[in-house]
Design a protein around this ligand. Structure first.
Ligand code: DSN
Length: 421
């Protein structure tokens, strides 16, 4: 394997244009505070596996049953990764081939449902994901979607409402999971509701997988028929996904991923997922996952002190949803000013948002990436201070520039895993 400098020499010589953009992105990732809750920094080991010769190999099928020869190492690799996933999440079967989260959820529906069957998931404006039955997504076009939401006052999932809706609608599958929900899911209750109405229960843990293995969020494994997850968020792996399930669904899930929906697995990604799973099984990762939540609570606490309104009043996971309606600035404007100041987040709808999805009232932030750089509660309070200054005056470019230079100096003290200093 080439060392980092040699690798870069080859790229620089062959394609200086791409080389330079990657270099610039490295600097940007190093010099900014990354608060997008679905992003993280992978280790050098994950990057190496991801950038390896495994990208050269076709492996349609599964270990021991491939449609291409030459699988002597790939079969061993995929089997190891499956075993690591099963052990880490305490499940009977693992498919580690889905290309990402949306294809993984499509595979789950393909495996368990017929076209037109009813999916019941959390609505996108209330924090759910597109693939949980939102109207512009395949999950509502090819299936019948009903949606639950959060209580308009508390912004918490109202499990009584979920039960009533499930009893009235009799969905074939109930989906739990979110992209913008700052609180814990009660997987036990959701599993009970699903069983009561004879529905499958899918827990999409993409955002919280790393917190679950770290013991910082309740575990859906005892309650769910199937678990889907991306691998690149709190789990800190490469961009990819996994489907974890009970043995009774293993065949249907595997057939849905291949040959129904995908071709050859991305073996370089499979290897990198394996490395991430190995890292996630360590005590250090447990500490990391707990710190992600402590940091989110510290950041939320300081924002509240500074007069920010938070959806649900705070957080108990990695994510904070800020409602800017009383700040006189909408989400997109705030997020763009923050980006100019070196603080990267995304604008996001809030429950019952009066504004349109492309220019909503909120911003969404989270602590997985900053925690991977070794930042703690004190740093979170500092970040809240910078956010306050920028969001309070998003058009004051001198102020934005002052924050940017303070942020840049601050970031230099926190090395980015995977990026040489
Ligand atoms: N795009 C992901 C996120 O940012 O939460 C969900 O798919």
């Amino acid at each position: 394997m080439l060392d980092v400098a040699e690798e870069k020499l080859a790229l620089k010589e062959t394609d200086p244009e791409v080389f330079q953009l990657i270099e610039k992105e490295e600097v940007y990732q190093r010099e900014s505070i990354r608060l997008i809750p679905s992003e993280n920094y992978v280790s050098r080991a994950v990057l190496e596996a991801s950038g390896s010769v495994l990208t050269n190999k076709y492996s349609e099928g599964y270990p021991g049953q491939r449609y291409y020869e030459g699988q002597r190492y790939i079969d061993q690799l995929e089997s190891i990764v499956q075993e690591r996933a099963k052990a880490l999440f305490g499940v009977e079967h693992a498919n580690v081939q889905p290309y990402s989260g949306s294809p993984a959820n499509l595979a789950v529906y393909y495996a368990l449902l017929e076209p037109g069957d009813k999916i019941m998931g959390m609505s996108l404006p209330d924090g759910g994901h597109l693939t949980h039955g939102w109207k512009v997504n395949f999950s509502a076009r090819f299936y019948t979607a009903v949606q639950y939401g959060v209580d308009p006052k508390t912004h918490l999932v109202d499990y009584d409402q979920v039960r009533d809706l499930a009893r009235a609608e009799r969905p074939k599958i109930i989906v739990a999971g979110a992209t913008a929900y700052p609180r814990r899911f009660d997987f036990k209750t959701l599993g009970e509701i699903a069983r009561e109405v004879d529905a499958y229960f899918l827990a999409d843990i993409s955002h919280i997988a790393g917190l679950i293995v770290a013991g910082a969020h309740p575990d859906p494994a005892p309650h769910a028929d199937v678990i889907s997850t991306t691998t690149h968020k709190t789990l800190r792996g490469p961009r990819g996904a996994m489907i974890l399930c009970r043995e009774e669904h293993a065949k249907a899930i595997d057939r849905a991923v291949f040959p129904a929906l995908q071709g050859g697995p991305h073996n370089h990604t499979t290897a990198a997922i394996g490395v991430a799973l190995q890292e996630a099984s360590t005590d250090a990762f447990r500490v990391y996952g707990q710190q992600v939540v402590s940091n989110a609570k510290a950041l939320a606490g300081e924002l509240l002190e500074r007069g920010f309104r938070l959806v649900s009043g705070g957080t108990d996971n990695h994510l904070i949803l800020i409602d800017l309606t009383d700040k006189g600035v909408f989400g997109k404007k705030a997020a763009k000013a923050l980006d100019r100041a070196g603080i990267v987040c995304n604008y996001n709808a809030i429950p019952n948002d009066p504004r349109k999805p492309f220019s909503p009232s909120g911003i969404r932030i989270g602590t997985p990436a900053v925690t991977s750089r070794g930042m703690g509660e004190a740093e979170m309070r500092q970040i809240a201070g910078w956010m306050d200054r920028v969001v309070g005056a998003p058009e004051d470019e001198e102020q934005v520039e002052r924050v940017r230079s303070e942020v840049q100096e601050f970031c230099a003290a926190f090395p980015v895993p995977g990026i040489p200093q």
